[in-house]
Ligand binder design. Structure first.
Ligand code: HEM
Length: 512
């Protein structure tokens, strides 16, 4: 096809376009506009700094934050770069040779800045509470201000702020919490009626252990999958109404996804999502893996909820899900005009919370106990002697034996004190601006109670780094309750867990 070339009309419109662009250019980039723009940017910056200064005028002391990344710049540097830099800079050499756990690192910082100090993650202010007195004062004397949960971008994306653990403090959270507590209780949480389920787990562990040891020989075995199956089966039988075989493919996959998801959620690259939330949607690496885990766990739980809905008999609820569905239907059919606080969507996140909050914590506590018993055979011997004397060898211990096994209980408490499986608790948030111990804590500040520091606080524990169950016993060998023992944090829900979980966990003793 032969081109006919531009027409007169095309030339005129091209000239008009040129002229308009040049006019626009002159208008936008005229000296007056450039001066105006610079003035605007400067004014914006000054106002922002002023607002920041005003907002953070009296916050607790802390290290100076870097722009954009806050105080986590060093933390975000990948480990291979840290190793390289270690050759040239002292602070990087320290980071590479002695990587501290976050809780120990924060305890070190408190020695520099005090028991209440500020750090910034990106633009987010966090206040870290260290030591028993400070944590207790905040959580017990100011619960109405410090009980809220923060909107951490990564957590908000995954949980949509539903369920219990990361739901905002308010009517929905209260309703869910109350419902969970009474319903779990009615399905045996902390009661002898749950024990057959725990014993079943124990029998499975013993049988599997024997065959695994025979197969593995001297190379040793990893106990984690066995213990986590047994623990999550207890949670499963209360909430989903079914136990799974520990090798059930679907169940195993869900447990692996949960634990893998938890692991990668604290990896450096994923933590960056809290500074740049769009990273979560990247189609590669840890981001893709975490999204896959989220999708698969949701699909697994949705399938179980749908199965419950299809076979629901409101007169005979079988488990937590049935109870929730019955309550949800009752609210939907009720004639009160108030919007129902129960929904299948919320149910999904509550179940997820129970699994995630309950499985990892209890499994790790059992694993730590086994490790401590191997490290301290003399303590193991005394625990075994007490159990043999009180319970005998014909049966396994029961919740009802609790009061008669003080040394065993003191040992469990000492393992919990030393290890603190949730060392920085679950972050809290200041729901309003408040004065605390002479500092101003602005609304929206994330509050991190360093529970680990409380359990290593030399002002309340003698030789806190030593493993010594006797610290929980008086001269007559009776159990001493100590307010500074707070593995479950300090607060309202925690009393419930303290009373209900310990007896259940205690039954999972190390067998001779
Ligand atoms: C040894 C075992 C456990 C330990 C050490 C532990 C520890 C904790 C800690 C430190 C918190 C944060 C408290 C706070 O916000 O200040 C917490 C919250 C929570 N835990 Fe556990 N936990 C354990 C077992 C369980 C189990 C078995 C369940 C349920 C099946 C559970 C469900 C929850 C829930 C729902 C919350 C959120 C409570 C709320 O926001 O009010 N935990 N736990």
């Amino acid at each position: 096809k032969v081109s006919e070339g531009p027409t007169e009309m095309d030339l005129v419109s091209a000239r008009v376009m040129d002229a308009s662009l040049s006019l626009l250019w002159q208008c936008v980039f005229s000296p007056a506009n450039i001066v105006g723009l610079v003035a605007f940017v400067l004014l914006f910056y000054v106002l922002q700094q002023y607002e920041r200064h005003r907002r953070y005028a009296n916050i607790p002391p802390g290290p100076k934050p870097w722009p954009i990344v806050g105080n986590f710049g060093g933390f975000l540097v990948p480990s291979f770069i840290v190793r390289r830099l270690a050759k040239y800079r002292k602070e990087f050499a320290k980071m590479a040779s002695n990587p501290l756990s976050p809780q120990a690192g924060l305890l070190e910082m408190s020695k520099l800045y005090g028991n209440i100090f500020s750090i910034f993650v990106g633009p987010q202010l966090m206040v870290v509470l260290t030591g028993y007195e400070t944590v207790r004062d905040a959580m017990l004397n100011h619960p109405e201000v410090f009980s809220d949960r923060p909107q951490i971008p990564l957590v908000t994306i995954i949980t949509k702020r539903k369920g219990i653990v990361f739901a905002p403090y308010g009517p929905l959270w209260r309703t869910n919490r109350k419902f969970c507590h009474s319903t779990l209780r009615s399905f045996g949480f902390g009661k002898p009626s749950l024990e057959p389920c725990i014993y079943e787990g124990l029998t499975m562990i013993k049988t599997e252990l024997q065959s695994l040891i025979e197969k593995a020989g001297p190379s040793g075995i990893d106990l984690t999958p066995l213990i986590s199956s047994a623990v999550s089966n207890v949670i499963s039988s209360m909430s989903l109404g079914q136990r799974f075989h520990h090798q059930d493919q679907e169940f195993r996959t869900m447990l692996d996804l949960m634990s893998h998801g938890m692991e990668i959620s604290v990896s450096t690259s994923i933590l960056l999502v809290n500074v740049f939330p769009w990273l979560y949607y990247l189609p590669c690496g840890a981001f893709k893996e975490l999204r896959r885990a989220e999708i698969d766990i949701t699909a697994f739980l949705k399938k179980i909820i749908a199965r419950h809905r299809a076979t629901l008999d409101p007169e005979n609820p079988r488990d937590f899900i049935d109870m929730y569905l019955v309550e949800m239907l009752a609210q939907q059919m009720g004639d009160n005009s108030e919007e129902s606080l129960f929904s299948e969507d919320d149910l999904l996140y509550i179940i997820g919370d129970l699994f995630i909050a309950g499985t990892h914590t209890t499994t790790n506590s059992v694993l730590w106990s086994i490790l401590y018993m191997s490290l301290y055979p003399d303590v193991q011997e005394k625990v075994q002697q007490e159990i043999d004397a009180v319970v005998g060898s014909e049966r396994v211990p029961s919740v009802t034996d609790k009061g008669s096994l003080p040394y065993t209980e003191a040992t469990i408490m000492e393992v919990q004190r030393m290890t603190v499986v949730v060392p920085l608790s679950i972050p809290h948030m200041a729901s309003e601006t408040t004065e605390f111990r002479g500092y101003t804590i602005p609304k929206g500040t994330v509050i991190i109670p360093n529970l680990w520091s409380v359990h290593r606080d030399p002002t309340v524990w003698e030789n806190p780094d030593d493993f010594n169950p006797d610290r929980f016993l008086d001269e007559q060998g009776k159990l001493l309750r100590k307010d500074c023992f707070i593995p479950f944090g300090i607060g309202m829900f925690l009393e419930i867990i303290r009373k209900k979980v310990i007896p259940v966990w205690k039954d999972m003793r190390v067998s001779k």
